[in-house]
Design a protein around this ligand. Structure first.
Ligand code: FPP
Length: 236
């Protein structure tokens, strides 16, 4: 499959694992397991299509409220992914980053994540950012708090608190804003994901459940992006 030139940064809300499992009479955890496969497929497709940044919403701040075994299963899955895919990430030249309250993650997952980030730090072909225990409002409040502390300490003036300064305190600092946000699973909302960073992102919603999302679905999202006219608030 060939791709036209497309977005530099694609962010994805990977939704629908639970429904995928329920339709097959399986436990939700099985749906998440099935959801690990498209991660591999889409990473490959993204690299082939020239995407430089791929950001995946793997676990939201709100997901802590799910049943304990589902949460445990998700972190075990992430650990397995990090162990089994590390060689592939290196081979593909992928740098791994994480955003979110990662200090809240189980210790083994946190250690594997740090080790993988360290090992892949020099890779430059594509940056894969995994959002874990991530919530956009918390991220924004945290950034405001950091700037406020600097202002109170007299290091900066309140006038220095600009959009650029705030961007600089977000977990995503250093990564350009997403050009395209994809959400699978049919819901038409952002669910507290990259609210600031997606100010000008093109949005693409598909009813396809995440475990069924394949290379052709990704190509369809990129094709849709390429047909849009991006004006960034300007008249033409
Ligand atoms: C939403 O589906 C999905 C999640 C909460 C977890 C996403 C995790 C993966 C795809 C696992 C693999 C990830 C990596 C990075 C290896 P849902 O459970 O809310 O589905 P539902 O809306 O159908 O209930």
């Amino acid at each position: 499959m060939t791709f036209l030139p497309g977005p530099e940064h694609v962010a994805i809300i990977m939704d629908g694992n639970g429904r995928w499992a329920a339709r097959r009479g399986l436990k939700r955890t099985e749906g998440h397991k099935a959801g690990a496969k498209p991660v591999r497929t889409i990473l490959t497709a993204a690299k082939k299509s020239g995407v430089k940044y791929l950001t995946l919403y793997a676990f939201s701040s709100e997901n802590w409220g799910r049943p304990e075994d589902e949460v445990k299963g998700l972190f075990e899955l992430l650990l397995q992914y990090l162990q089994s895919e590390l060689a592939e990430l290196m081979e593909k030249g992928v740098r791994l980053l994480a955003i979110g309250e990662t200090e809240a993650l189980p210790e083994l997952t946190r250690e594997a994540l740090s080790a993988a980030m360290e090992l892949t730090a020099g890779n430059t072909d594509l940056t894969l950012t995994v959002a874990l225990s991530y919530g956009s409002r918390f991220e924004l409040a945290r950034a405001a708090r950091l700037l406020a502390a600097e202002a109170v300490a007299g290091k900066i003036s309140p006038e220095a608190i600009t959009p650029e300064a705030l961007s600089g305190k977000l977990w995503t600092t250093g990564t350009p804003d997403p050009d395209l946000l994809i959400r699978t699973g049919g819901d038409l909302r952002l669910s507290n994901f990259l609210l600031w960073q997606c100010a000008y992102a093109e949005l693409y919603f598909t009813p396809t459940l995440w475990p069924d999302f394949g290379e052709e679905d990704f190509a369809a999202a990129l094709a849709s992006f390429q047909q849009r006219e991006r004006r960034f608030g300007l008249s033409e």
